[in-house]
Design a protein around this ligand. Structure first.
Ligand code: ASP
Length: 343
């Protein structure tokens, strides 16, 4: 009896200190069953590693999951050397940089902007759409007006390097956005080289669970290089480029957006996880659907999915090889290459 009472007192004190002290909860939660992988941040591509590190600072300090993913994806958005996200993104075929982004939490709160020009951080505008408007998605001129009304500044996003690459592309103006050529447009040190091929398009999609188990995700891109003016890809579309449901899991994508929109790709991955399917298999099943419905041209397509379930288990799968993703938790900080349909 004494022992039992003593045990209960000790556990209650232990639990109270865990729940009332966010920092110690974050530090100690690796020992709690079911929470062993929280907090965790995963994101698409090698450049996700530095973005994860920024998000980790927020989450590790006990911060909010949406603050973390927003801070994380702002890193590639602000990086002029990243030609597929934000500032310095490759323009459309008319030489204009147009950005797409969305953000979502595990309670299905979400916000999105598409075809937004001259704003370095579309993800922050998407967050404000979620928090300050009764809507989910603002596009083009309206999204810009909203951003300016909320204190964002207009900036020229077309850097000299991106303009040079666009002028190079104009010489042939061949538009065939069918596949990423990751291995050609990355140098060995992980930086991107110019222009690498006519189909450069890599989005950052980031998924996270904070110390308390809350899920969130963010996705931001300049979309397919040299796209038609007005083209919007999967990345800002809730359910296509990103989906988060705290009861089932979260998923994001990179690759040819048209195929992801057609299959409501990220939503499809999350619905499979809701049935108890592991993240890797869920991603694989949706990739398989895309491959089978495109039997004649699957060899020329690239789509990759990245997923995280509510336990903090993650997985990724792509049509082609060379789809990488970055993981950050207390236990690891790594870049992995996803399994792929074609080897
Ligand atoms: N999915 C993006 C789009 O189609 C591009 C990418 O991730 O590669 O706009």
């Amino acid at each position: 009896m004494f022992l039992r009472r003593k045990f209960l007192q000790t556990s209650a004190a232990g639990l109270a200190s865990l729940f009332f002290n966010k920092k110690s909860f974050a530090a100690a939660n690796t020992a709690l069953p079911g929470y062993k992988s929280h907090p965790i941040i995963i994101s698409t591509w090698d450049f996700g590693k530095v973005a994860n590190a920024e998000a980790w600072k927020v989450i590790n300090a006990g911060g909010n999951v949406l603050d973390a993913v927003e801070a994380g994806v702002k890193v590639p958005e602000a990086d002029p050397k990243n030609h597929t996200v934000g500032l310095g993104g490759f323009p459309d075929r008319d030489g204009k940089v147009t950005l797409d982004a969305c953000i979502m939490d595990g309670n299905l709160n979400c916000g999105s902007v598409a075809f937004l020009e001259n704003i370095v951080h579309p993800i922050s505008v998407a967050r404000l759409v979620m928090e300050k408007t009764p809507h989910i998605m603002l596009v083009g001129e309206g999204a810009l007006q909203f951003a300016l009304a909320n204190g964002f500044k207009k900036e020229n996003l077309l850097t000299p390097a991106s303009e040079k690459a666009w002028k190079e592309w104009l010489k042939t103006a061949k538009y065939e956005p069918v596949i990423n050529i990751e291995n050609q447009h990355y140098k060995k040190d992980g930086s991107q080289q110019l222009p690498g091929g006519p189909f450069n398009h890599d989005t950052i999609g980031m998924l996270a669970i904070d110390a308390s188990g809350k899920m969130g995700g963010a996705c931001t891109t300049s979309g397919a290089a040299w796209k038609m003016r007005g083209r919007v890809g999967d990345s800002p579309i809730i359910g296509a480029g990103l989906y988060v449901d705290g009861e089932a899991g979260a998923a994001t994508s990179s690759g040819l957006g048209e195929e992801v929109i057609r299959t409501c790709g990220s939503h499809a991955v999350v619905e499979l996880m809701r049935q108890g399917i592991k993240p890797l298999t869920a991603c694989k099943k949706v990739v398989e659907r895309i491959v089978k419905r495109n039997a004649a041209k699957a060899q020329t397509l690239q789509v990759g999915f990245l997923a995280l379930n509510t336990k903090g288990e993650y997985g990724a799968f792509a049509i082609q090889k060379d789809f990488t993703y970055s993981v950050k938790s207390a236990a690891e900080e790594k870049v992995y290459e996803a399994e792929s349909w074609f080897k």
